[in-house]
Design a protein around this ligand. Structure first.
Ligand SMILES: Nc1ncnc2c1ncn2[C@@H]1O[C@H](COP(=O)(O)OP(=O)(O)OP(=O)(O)O)[C@@H](O)[C@H]1O
Length: 361
């Protein structure tokens, strides 16, 4: 548990934090969100003591953080920052090993940990351990940043816009991976973002900040349905029913649907008004085929759409499903597991129903 007790931080006449008091529960994800300059980074940095408050106290599990040795702070609090902050002249392995080295781990233990973490964040140690940051894509670099923050297995993780600098699709993947990792590791996470949907998706609790103060600290559901004041109301915006869709997982809406094996395609006969999902021999999603294609008398030309553009991972949100449906102009999307195996479909009608139900809630 982390407690800020009446914490203020002034830089000259700038009040970066103004008497912030908050209790952050253990093992949950707390998201800080608010406009640029409202004090989010300062909030994180008073916790790991990179910033000394002008007034007030920070307690970590009841202990004043000014009384904790810096070595214990480094070990106990992982920090993943905006724009990654990897050391350019160190390899990926060297970067991940930063804190374990500082706190004196043996070489073998460090190497084992680096391998474990690379696997955890979905990068093969063989291919990535010896690369330099310049040889990574934005998304890969962000993953290394997260691995580095987790290196010494800290119970607390501070993440300052860790997925800020990547394209939207990579961001969705990183969010999904983060949720998967967090459901396993159950860290106490404080996560800063500018993106309300990211907040709604990832947070157990959201703290909305303005000008150095916390204006509402609540569950995503309550932030959406019971904004504390006009500021939060305006911040959340008008399309709240849509934003709420970020909380629903595709996995909870997927319907089992029949699919046709690519090898059986020449046996298909046209079904009126219906297209068919096409899968490979292992059950992996391949694409779709509709009656117009059959009508053209060329069944072996199934329209195989690359999975990355089309199939939804089962841990995607309904909001993401809706964006893709609108973007692609389709009423149903295939859903796949981590290995690309076809699980069924989610339809526009499911999304509509979830929107209506959650409006009523
Ligand atoms: N070292 C510093 N010296 C002077 N002013 C600072 C310093 N660090 C932060 N500030 C000021 O304190 C305020 C809060 O900054 P902070 O970085 O915490 O905001 P933020 O919400 O994280 O912003 P952003 O979303 O843009 O990263 C800002 O007005 C900023 O200019």
């Amino acid at each position: 548990m982390i407690e800020l007790l009446d914490v203020s931080k002034d830089y000259g006449t700038t009040h970066a934090l103004r008497g912030v008091s908050i209790t952050i529960p253990r093992g949950q994800v707390t998201v800080l969100i608010g406009p640029s300059g409202c004090g989010k980074t300062t909030f994180l940095r008073v916790i790991n003591r990179l910033v000394t408050p002008t007034a007030g106290k920070v307690l970590i599990d009841g202990q004043d953080n000014t009384g904790i040795k810096s070595e214990d702070l480094r070990r106990g609090i992982g920090y993943a920052i905006q724009g990654v902050g990897l050391f350019p002249h160190w390899t990926v392995a060297g970067n991940i090993a930063t804190v374990p080295k500082l706190i004196g781990w043996q070489r073998e233990r460090i190497e084992k940990r680096v391998r474990e973490l690379l696997e955890l964040v979905g990068l093969s140690p063989k291919d990535y351990a010896n690369r330099y940051p310049a040889e990574l894509s934005g998304g890969q670099a962000q993953r290394v940043g997260v691995a580095r923050a987790l290196a010494a297995d800290p119970p607390i993780l501070l993440m300052d816009e860790p997925f800020g600098a990547v394209d939207p699709l990579t961001r969705i993947r990183l969010q999904n991976e983060f949720m998967r990792i967090q459901s396993r590791l159950k860290k106490t996470v404080i996560f800063v973002t500018h993106d309300l949907e990211e907040a709604i998706r990832l947070a157990d609790r959201i703290a909305i900040m303005a000008a150095g103060e916390i204006v509402q600290y609540d569950t995503p559901e309550n932030i959406l349905s019971k904004p504390a004041n006009k500021y939060v109301h305006d911040f959340v915006g008008t399309d709240r029913a849509l934003k709420r869709l970020s909380r629903f997982k595709v996995a909870d809406f997927v319907k089992q649907t029949s699919a046709i094996r690519l090898s059986d395609i020449d046996k298909i006969t046209a079904q009126a008004n219906r297209f068919s999902w096409i899968i490979g021999d292992r059950g992996e999603f391949k694409g779709w085929l509709d009656e117009t294609m059959l009508g053209a008398g060329n069944p072996s030309d199934a329209v195989v759409i690359p999975q990355d553009d089309f199939a939804l991972p089962r841990d995607a949100s309904l909001r993401q499903a809706l964006s893709i449906m609108l973007g692609q102009g389709v009423r149903a999307l295939p859903v796949v597991d981590e290995s690309g195996i076809f699980l069924g479909e989610v339809t526009l009608a499911d999304v509509e129903k979830a929107t209506t139900d959650s409006k009523a809630a």
